[in-house]
Design a protein around this ligand. Structure first.
Ligand code: EPS
Length: 402
């Protein structure tokens, strides 16, 4: 990212998580209450393990805000691990007085073995604590701030679960907005209502019938000591043309989004618009024809491009699909090798989730929001919200404005 940057710190069972977000312009209204809903949403989902009964993620803003508004200085945030008191010996900062048993059986599909080799560690806890998806709590806090910035310019980011283990819901943002402009207030209102229903559903799925089947699949996987992955759809609305750029590889919005989303643990693929489907049809059936109407401006016959052409937003809804693998911590573990004895052994098992796709959807929203907020800052420039708003207002007056 060019204007925004963020770092996270913290181990899964350590004292807590830290996020530092820098580059948010001055003058954005922000309080912990703006971040709380996303932290809560990330803890959701049928198929999560016991840990989510312990944690009640809340954020303490340590810097970067005064009298309810950002200062333009780094925003530091702290989220406490409520599980920490149960881990003070195993995760002590000092040498333990009593020896603590090391973990020796790496899990196939996890960071364990490659991490142990890379960092020359004999206890796989030294790897798993940081590779745990607990870290995504800090990303969601940073993403919630980015979302506030986007909202100040009418940009909204949504997500929902499309499928679990191949069980497919029938409702997609791509289908919902097909051939209709997302700037239509009535259509937008019914999309928002749909997304509100998604929020109250156990798997964040828009299709209630498919969801019942997905829940049964998760129950079945839990009984077998197995785990399930799935697909998330992201939709960002209210974007104007020109975020990102065609001029260089590291300015292309699709590349930036794919990289950010692929950095989420367990994410194995990202598609934009029609995605891999573009290989199946000729160009004449793929590309979205261009129309213009006075008052309405430019619009498209469809949105196979998913809102991005030439590495830039084109003003249509941004549609992404994010593919998540089943989690590698299995209650009925796969075969592995004890790294101390080099003898065959079952992989390590700790308490974990059977399915975390609904949680990953919120993380995917956060990463999308951070990339879009960065692109917005690059496009509009300025160090304060009021400066950005002046630039934003001027876009409507250029001859090829939107
Ligand atoms: C995770 C294992 C589980 C999950 C965790 C990710 O944690 P624990 O080992 O404490 O039971 O709950 O996710 C979170 C803690 C979270 O906040 O999302 C793993 O091994 O990646």
């Amino acid at each position: 990212m060019e204007k925004l940057r963020f770092l996270t710190a913290g181990e899964s069972h350590g004292q807590g998580l830290v996020a530092i977000l820098e580059g948010i312009p001055a003058g954005l209204r922000l309080s912990a209450a703006d971040i709380a809903p996303d932290l809560k949403r990330r803890q959701r989902g049928y198929g999560r393990g016991g840990r989510m009964q312990i944690e009640k993620d809340t954020v303490r803003i340590l810097s970067g805000v005064r009298y309810g508004k950002t200062l333009g200085s780094p925003i530091a945030m702290f989220m406490e691990n409520l599980d920490w008191p149960n881990w003070t010996a195993k995760m002590a900062l000092e040498e333990p007085v009593e020896p603590v048993a090391a973990l020796h059986m790496p899990r196939p599909g996890h960071a364990d073995l490659a991490g142990m080799i890379k960092y020359r560690q004999e206890d796989l806890r030294n790897i798993l604590e940081r590779s745990s998806a607990r870290e995504t709590t800090a990303r969601v806090a940073a993403g919630a701030v980015a979302r506030r910035l986007l909202a100040a310019f009418g940009i909204e980011v949504y997500s929902h679960v499309l499928s679990i283990r191949g069980i497919q819901g029938g409702i997609t943002a791509a289908g919902f907005f097909k051939g209709r402009t997302s700037r239509d207030p009535e259509l937008l209102a019914s999309w928002r209502a749909l997304m509100e229903r998604v929020e109250s559903s156990p798997l964040a799925c828009a299709d209630a019938e498919a969801e019942t089947e997905m829940i049964a699949a998760i129950d079945g996987a839990r009984e077998k000591g197995d785990t399930l992955g799935g697909v998330i759809e992201i939709a960002a609305l209210g974007l104007f043309p020109g975020l990102g750029s065609h001029v260089h590889w590291d300015r292309r919005l699709d590349g930036l989004l794919a990289g950010a989303l692929m950095s989420i643990p367990a994410i194995k693929g990202v598609e934009v618009g029609l995605g891999l489907g573009v290989t199946l049809k000729p160009g004449s059936q793929i590309h979205d024809e261009i129309f213009h109407e006075s008052g309405q401006g430019f619009y498209r016959g469809g949105n196979n491009a998913g809102g991005i052409e030439g590495g830039m937003s084109n003003g249509e809804p941004l549609i992404l699909r994010v593919h998540m693998k089943p989690l590698p911590t299995l209650a009925r573990p796969l075969r592995s090798v004890d790294v101390a004895t080099l003898q065959p052994q079952s992989a390590h098992h700790e308490r974990a989730d059977v399915c975390a796709v609904p949680a990953a959807a919120v993380v995917a929203e956060a990463m999308t929001a951070l990339v879009l907020a960065d692109a917005l800052c690059v496009k509009l420039g300025g160090d304060s919200i009021s400066e950005m708003q002046q630039h934003y207002a001027s876009l409507a007056h250029v001859p090829l404005g939107w």
